[in-house]
Write a protein that binds this ligand. Structure first.
Ligand code: Z5A
Length: 208
């Protein structure tokens, strides 16, 4: 690329109630204070088409769905997201901060639903080629703690209705990925206070 420097792509992931939404606001403000132009987005979603796919994926009225269909819908939304939002922003030098990304497909559809990781990797290669986040912040919390944090939210969506076992497999798949990609995925203990998590994130961001 000539001239302008490409922005950085940071993703934040983890099981439910790990504190992604809480910390993402802090990260955004922290980077802005350092003079970085940041775009905040999420998956599934982030574009008009992606948000429609999100509704289909998470709505209880959708009912049962084949795990492969769920995986492909996640990647369809992701393709739209990358092509129409993430790449254009990075190319013009903005940073992009995404609440969840491909690691969630490995964790939820791979770990949770039990889909073959090799098949997910094939889809990833097809859609993303070599595109990958510059950094992923993985907020880790025991499933029971995460669940107790979100309990008061009331009605659960289609995926949240899964049993504790499902989320334990999701958490383990995230941890496995952080061990597989230690350079990119920073595992953060998010089981303590919001402030404790924030301090760990700050140290990591300063290293960027
Ligand atoms: N999904 C998938 O299956 N495959 C994919 O490829 C992708 C996604 C991309 C939507 O995700 C669903 O899509 C998700 C995975 C699936 N399904 N599930 N389950 P989402 O990110 O939109 O929704 P979510 O997972 O339900 O996020 P969340 O529950 O909102 O989690 P969070 O953002 O990490 O939590 P939070 O809102 O920041 O915090 C929850 C509460 O805890 C809140 O009251 C906070 O004030 C409190 N909190 C936060 N941190 C702390 C600490 N440290 N101590 C105490 N209390 C805290």
């Amino acid at each position: 690329m000539t001239g302008m420097q490409r922005g950085k792509f940071i993703t934040i992931d983890g099981v439910e109630g790990a504190g992604k939404s809480t910390q993402i606001t802090f990260i955004c403000d922290y980077l802005k204070a350092k003079g970085v132009n940041v775009i905040l987005t999420r998956e599934p979603g982030g574009t008009d088409v992606g948000e429609k796919i999100r509704t289909l994926l998470l709505s209880n009225s959708t009912g049962k769905m084949h795990a492969d269909t769920e995986l492909m819908l996640m990647f369809s939304a992701r393709n739209e997201h990358i092509q129409n939002k993430i790449m254009p922003a990075l190319k013009q030098g903005d940073w992009v901060l995404s609440d969840r990304f491909t690691d969630a497909s490995y964790a939820y559809q791979g770990g949770g639903r039990g889909l073959d990781v090799e098949r997910i990797a094939q889809l990833e290669q097809w859609v993303l080629q070599d595109f990958t986040p510059d950094m992923t912040l993985l907020l880790d919390v025991p499933v029971e703690i995460g669940m107790s944090r979100v309990e008061s939210r009331g009605k659960k969506d289609r995926i949240e209705l899964e049993a504790t076992d499902f989320f334990n497999r999701v958490r383990q798949a995230y941890i496995d990925r952080s061990e597989q990609f230690p350079e990119r995925i920073k595992l953060i203990d998010s089981s303590q206070t919001v402030e404790h998590t924030k301090q760990q994130i700050k140290v990591i961001l300063d290293s960027l």
